[in-house]
Write a protein that binds this ligand. Structure first.
Ligand code: ADP
Ligand code: ZN
Ligand code: ZN
Length: 747
């Protein structure tokens, strides 16, 4: 199957404008080779600025050069253009592409173009309102593209703020000199002065001081795994390490898993930086920012004005020209994995970037991922331990309440109710953790078997209450909303009942059980409006809430001063999940949420209601035994060859019918057998049988997946590089949408 026709098939107009009929087309294989060559060039010679001179070089123009450009189009490959003046790699440009114009990034200035010079079009506009993207950023993008099997342009351009990659932001009546100029004009009028709360920083305890010193002593790259129990003062260690790096004139990238964790940290950082650096030295970046705010933060980091970048996973793809330290807080958190587009792990890219720049990377967690723990065990990472809570308070006592023989009151055991009452009397706060939003996960008919189901997905619809506006059913997979029927659609019975409970219902029960308590709920529904999460968290910190009900949003990172009790409902739901990482995730999540109890006050307490108190996860939790849990978990993974003892990738297929998805995966699976010469490492790679996803249908699309596994990362990578191009062709023929994910976290 000649690839040429495939390329021409997708972009006939584009291709024929670029390359007139009959001309040699650099089709996909060649394009792929080009991007690999580029990777080598960048790796070997990061500062290559001047094109090497060669006897047979073809000059572009008298003063200009050839420019090899990455564009956000779904083609593995780069595109050559002619530049009238010298351009630096990393420069953004606008180029004609087919009938459109696109913003691209110059990644190389080759001595000769890859296709006949007279077919090459000139660059339309060089965008010089920002400095060129730094060479190390180009290397990072090239690595991410090759590791995650994505076209370079699809990695680079989406990583930029929207306005910097939109032609309309630069050309046309309203462009006003481009987005950067427009922003500068506006910035002058709306300069925001940040207020910093200046609590005196605590003096470090011995464990913290040791950790800070160990980090300060590092020369060049090292990945540090800071294993500190909840409340051990990891933040203080990060801040000291950051200060030392800032004092040397370098920039710091500080990553957190959740947007909602940024305000508290932002305050601490501002207070610390106040004496050290001018205002404006801190930039914050996360997906909740408006385009303009994001652009402003990005520009301040890229220009070096901001010295600290605090952000969520996407900040790993920001250019930080003088980066000296990367901190990844809660490194085990799944939020570091991007779940669409370029499916990268920000934590893993952080480690790569640290190695590439020869700078330290600090990964911190109370429950490190087994991958990172394994690296520490093998001494690839430097392990530093904070075993004590910083404020001298003990870790909370964890009690397992066996609910099998108990009569529960609205889902609450007498033990948990008693404990809630006691905390209310003492004037302390409590947190009820339930990882299920909405009112009830499903409604059903008392007379027949009818349950509320999404018409578009193989999933139940969740009952939600909208105060004052009635109830509705919502699918949490596709967002589909429906009215609550008055009677059963199958049998007409009017006795439709909510089954189970979500956070809304728990909130309602608590209000009845404790009419005098001030109750707040924090979940994706109650924080939908911009800024509302911050308001709610502020109320909790200010002591205006007695009982907080929440999902995993409240479990992470927050340092609640007056919170004594944590109650966990319905944790068992995660106990028997299919995914081999489920126990690890459950353990980490419960450790995190348990860690919110008794951080400043003695006598913190955690109550977990469960039907399975003997499960190893719960027993390890009761003993605060991460080490035991990790040892057991790693031994189990090693015995059956799961990560971190093997490497995985996942091919997912989506089609109108499951059969088409499965057929496609079957064909993809047999490719290496049919063309063994293309897959020299195939013998070291296992391709499992295609299987339907657990939730097969979402929004009327049916989905199946195929797991790829190898004991050798290199063998897997080599295999995927050949395979990803071939399956792309197959998918287009089969009209199946496919995505390849490297190092999947959920299987
Ligand atoms: P972690 O991130 O490890 O869970 P935090 O960094 O949030 O813990 O610290 C927990 C609490 O201990 C915070 O209120 C912090 O201000 C406090 N703290 C940190 N270090 C010290 C110290 N050396 N002495 C006293 N309190 C400290
Ligand atoms: Zn019925
Ligand atoms: Zn749905």
């Amino acid at each position: 199957m000649p690839r040429r026709s495939v390329v021409v098939g997708i972009f006939p107009k584009v291709i024929h404008r670029l390359f007139p009929r009959g001309a040699e087309i650099p089709w996909e294989r060649e394009l792929k080779t080009l991007s690999e060559n580029l990777l080598e060039v960048l790796m070997a010679n990061p500062d290559a600025v001047e094109p090497p001179t060669q006897a047979n070089a073809v000059p572009a123009t008298q003063t200009g050069c050839w420019a090899r450009i990455a564009l956000d189009v779904p083609l593995h490959g780069l595109f050559d253009y002619r530049s009238a003046s010298a351009v630096h790699p990393g420069t953004r440009v606008i180029v004609p592409f087919g009938r459109r114009k696109l913003v691209g990034i110059v990644v190389d200035t080759p001595v000769s173009p890859a296709i006949a010079p007279d077919l090459i079009k000139p660059i339309d506009q060089v965008l010089d309102d920002t400095a060129p993207l730094p060479a190390d950023w180009l290397r990072l993008a090239a690595f991410a593209a090759s590791y995650y099997q994505r076209p370079l342009g699809e990695v680079m351009l989406p990583a930029l703020p929207a306005a910097l990659r939109k032609v309309s932001a630069y050309q046309g009546k309203r462009s006003g000199g481009g987005p950067v100029q427009r922003l500068l004009r506006r910035a002058a009028s709306t300069l925001r002065t940040a207020k910093a709360r200046a609590d005196a920083p605590p003096s470090l305890n011995a464990e913290q001081a040791q950790a800070v010193e160990a980090i300060a002593r590092l020369q060049g790259h090292k990945t540090v795994l800071l294993h500190g129990v909840t409340g051990s003062g990891k933040t203080e260690v990060y801040l000291h390490a950051a200060q030392a790096v800032l004092a040397r004139g370098k920039q710091v990238l500080f990553m957190v898993p959740e947007i909602n964790l940024t305000p508290q940290l932002e305050q601490s950082l501002r207070a610390r930086l106040a004496g050290l650096l001018p205002a404006g030295a801190l930039a914050v970046m996360h997906s909740g920012l408006a385009d303009g705010e994001r652009l402003r933060a990005w520009l301040r980091v890229q220009s070096g004005e901001a010295r600290v970048l605090l952000g969520t996973r996407l900040s790993i793809l920001a250019p930080v020209p003088e980066l000296g330290l990367i901190i990844v807080d809660e490194e085990h958190d799944v939020s570091y994995k991007q779940q669409d587009g370029l499916r990268y792990s920000a934590r893993d890219l952080a480690v790569w970037r640290g190695r590439d720049l020869d700078i330290p990377v600090v990964l911190g967690s109370a429950t490190p991922s087994l991958e990172s723990w394994n690296h520490a065990e093998k001494h690839h990472y430097l392990r530093l331990t904070l075993a004590q809570r910083a404020r001298g308070v003990a870790l909370p006592e964890v009690r397992l309440v066996d609910t099998r023989r108990l009569t529960l009151q609205q889902g609450f055991s007498p033990q948990l109710l008693g404990a809630l009452e006691a905390r209310l009397r003492q004037g302390q706060q409590s947190l009820i953790f339930l990882n299920r939003r909405g009112y009830a996960p499903v409604i059903n008919c008392a007379s027949c078997a009818w349950v509320s189901q999404c018409p578009r997905c193989t999933a139940y619809t969740v009952l939600h209450r909208r105060p004052g506006r009635g109830n509705y059913l919502q699918c949490h997979h596709c967002g589909h909303q429906a009215r609550v029927p008055h009677a059963c659609p199958d049998c007409g019975d009017q006795d439709l009942k909510p089954m189970g409970r979500g956070t809304q219902r728990v909130e309602e029960h608590l209000a009845k059980l404790f009419p005098d308590a001030r109750i707040a709920r924090i979940d994706a529904d109650s924080t939908r409006l911009k800024g509302s999460a911050a308001v709610l968290f502020d109320r909790v910190h200010a002591g205006e809430v007695d009982i907080l009900v929440g999902t995993q949003m409240v479990a992470k990172g927050h340092d609640f001063a007056n919170l004594g009790l944590v109650g966990v409902l319905n944790a068992d739901a995660m106990l028997f999940a299919q995914d081999f990482r489920a126990p690890e995730r459950l353990f980490a999540q419960l450790m995190q949420v348990a860690g919110r109890a008794g951080r400043h006050v003695q006598g913190g307490e955690v109550i977990i209601q469960t039907d399975y108190p003997d499960q190893p996860v719960y027993q390890a939790l009761r003993r605060h035994d991460y080490l035991g849990f990790a040892r057991y978990g790693l031994a189990e993974r090693e015995a059956i060859g799961l990560p971190p003892y093997s490497y995985q990738a996942l091919l997912m297929a989506e089609a109108d019918e499951l059969k088409h998805a499965l057929d496609f995966l079957d064909r993809a699976r047999s490719l290496p057998e049919r063309q063994p010469q293309d897959y020299p490492t195939a013998t070291a790679v296992t391709l499992y049988d295609p299987v339907p996803l657990r939730v097969v249908r979402v929004a009327n699309i049916e989905r199946a997946q195929l797991l790829i596994e190898s004991a050798h990362r290199k063998a897997l990578q080599a295999f995927l590089t050949a395979w990803s191009v071939a399956i792309g062709d197959l998918a287009r023929e089969a009209r199946v949408r496919c995505t390849l994910e490297v190092d999947p976290l959920e299987i």
